[in-house]
Ligand binder design. Structure first.
Ligand SMILES: *Cc1c(COP(=O)(O)O)cnc(C)c1O
Length: 376
């Protein structure tokens, strides 16, 4: 990375491996050859950087980029990335004009939403492709399955809309296999009741866990997110994936503390013996989860693991380097990456990898390697 003079290197950064993103996308695409890919890039591509990651997936030829809202769709559009964009959740009335203007694809959960899109599409003079969202168990959006044939008739009467796809979502593909298998069956029978697969160009139900763990049963599009970022929600598939993000910082200070000295807020940790304590220039203000405190979390420095002492603070974390006299100020520290999985950090923080990724704050400089994307 080129650096201006008099500008210090970042003290907290995330290295993002573009080659690993492409590899993981290939893994996803190879699970079922019939499945096209909607690469989910919501929440800043799970904290990996929206535009840079969207460009990599668009260049790799995905069928859609999946985003959470119009703000994300707009950023992708303004970056000059011309991939089809799908909005994964419900839209608010004030957002619809922009969606119609750009031809982004919304999913439809209600007839009043559909009527509004229809009105705007007729005004614009161009039909809008939409997907019918069906609630098969998630309880977050979509039509409940009972009155779907009537819904479909209504939608087909709206001349401004083209129903190009049908989608639903899995609430527990990584937790409840029988329920999820039943959901796949129900989704395919819903499609059959609505006239069969030929009615819908795109049929999609699977997130990462749904793609990896289940037979697609007539679906031809998958919406992987997490697995593209190198974490499998089903551990059996973890070894197929490559680590994308390495969260790093540096040791800013090393001191020797006597026995009986507290470390960090609340003095939750007190040294039992003389201890060599290193301070790392990153904290929960960078998104490293404070909730790992006291749960045996570790970091990786110079080829070895070292335990975090006491609570993670906003900007600094203390570790015990008594066992490694060679560890020095300025040393690079891996918080997660090649040697510590995000899943491990999430477990220590009693949360999920999705949450850890999306919690990495803007203070962390994203540095892109092997992506052909810009460094920043
Ligand atoms: C976030 C999301 C996904 C991606 O889920 P992963 O578990 O990260 O693969 C897929 N579909 C919908 C509707 C989503 O909201």
């Amino acid at each position: 990375m080129e650096r201006e003079s008099h500008v210090s290197p970042p003290r907290a950064w995330a290295e993002i491996d573009g080659g690993a993103l492409r590899h993981n996308l290939r893994v996803a695409a190879d699970v079922w050859p019939v499945m096209a890919m909607m690469a989910v890039v919501k929440a800043g591509a799970y904290g990996h950087g929206l535009e840079d990651v969207a460009r990599i997936f668009a260049d790799a030829g995905v069928a859609f980029l999946g985003v959470a809202n119009v703000g994300e769709a707009r950023r992708i559009h303004r970056a000059g990335i011309r991939a089809a964009i799908y909005l994964l959740g419900a839209t608010w009335s004030e957002e619809r004009e922009e969606i119609v203007h750009h031809g982004w694809t919304p999913c439809i959960s209600s007839l009043h939403e559909a009527a509004d899109f229809n009105r705007l599409a007729l005004l614009s003079g161009r039909p809008l492709a939409v997907h019918l969202a069906v609630d098969t168990g998630m309880g977050r959006g979509g039509f409940v399955a009972e009155r779907l044939d009537e819904v479909m008739e209504e939608l087909q009467r709206m001349n401004g809309l083209r129903v190009e796809g049908i989608g639903s979502h899995l609430p527990s593909a990584d937790e409840d296999e029988p329920f999820t298998r039943e959901q796949f069956r129900r989704f395919s029978s819903i499609i059959a009741d609505l006239g069969g697969p030929g009615v819908f160009r795109w049929r999609h139900l699977a997130n990462s866990a749904g793609l990896l763990g289940y037979d697609p049963l007539g679906c031809n599009l998958a919406r992987p997110g997490l697995m593209l970022y190198g974490v499998s929600p089903l551990p059996a598939f973890q070894e197929k994936l490559r680590t994308v993000m390495s969260l790093k910082s540096r040791i800013t200070l090393i001191r020797s503390l006597p026995a009986g000295h507290g470390v960090s807020y609340g003095r939750a940790f007190v040294t039992e013996k003389p201890t060599r304590v290193a301070t790392i220039g990153m904290g929960y203000g960078d998104g490293y989860p404070r909730h790992v405190s006291g749960h045996g979390a570790r970091v990786f420095v110079r080829g070895e693991y070292f335990p975090i002492l006491g609570r993670v603070t906003m900007d600094q974390i203390m570790i015990d380097v008594t066992a490694a006299p060679d560890v020095a100020e300025g040393d690079e520290v891996e918080l997660f990456g090649a040697h510590i999985s995000v899943a491990e950090v999430a477990e220590k923080a009693e949360t999920i990898p999705w949450h850890v990724f999306t919690g990495i704050t803007p203070r962390v400089v994203r540095i892109y390697n092997g992506g052909g994307a810009t460094s920043r």
